[in-house]
Design a protein around this ligand. Structure first.
Ligand SMILES: [Zn+2]
Length: 127
């Protein structure tokens, strides 16, 4: 048996409202449009997020170099002379209790050497 869902208007006429009342899903076109919008937004956002992580690691590396230079200065104040090699400071647990710092980008320890002015130059440590 088939039923018709109708609405009675003021003039006594009827109107089939079956399609409007029970049409609550989304069409394939609507779904595809939403998927395309999400794909476009993620194509914009993902490279920016990954670039931010790379920039953060580079900034952390600069901070490590500044901390190493600060430790070299503290070594000078304590001993009256600059260290001849970097590992005299970086391997000293008084300066770095967690061990020698490593570059966050390359995961390698900093090169064991000092420049002529006894400070590590940021430009000399390239990624
Ligand atoms: Zn680095």
């Amino acid at each position: 048996m088939e039923y018709a869902i109708v609405r009675i208007n003021r003039k006594g006429g009827t109107k089939n409202v079956y399609n409007k009342k029970y049409r609550s899903g989304v069409t394939l076109i609507e779904l595809l449009i939403v998927v395309l919008i999400l794909a476009a937004l993620s194509a914009i956002a993902i490279p920016r997020i990954s670039q931010s992580a790379t920039n953060a690691k580079a900034e952390a590396c600069k901070t490590n170099i500044a901390v190493l230079n600060s430790a070299i200065e503290r070594y000078y104040v304590t001993n009256g002379a600059f260290p001849t090699m970097l590992n005299a400071v970086s391997n000293d647990l008084n300066y770095f209790p967690d061990g020698p710092p490593r570059c966050p980008v390359t995961k390698a320890p900093y090169p064991n050497g000092l420049t002529s002015d006894e400070r590590i130059q940021i430009g000399s440590h390239a990624h």
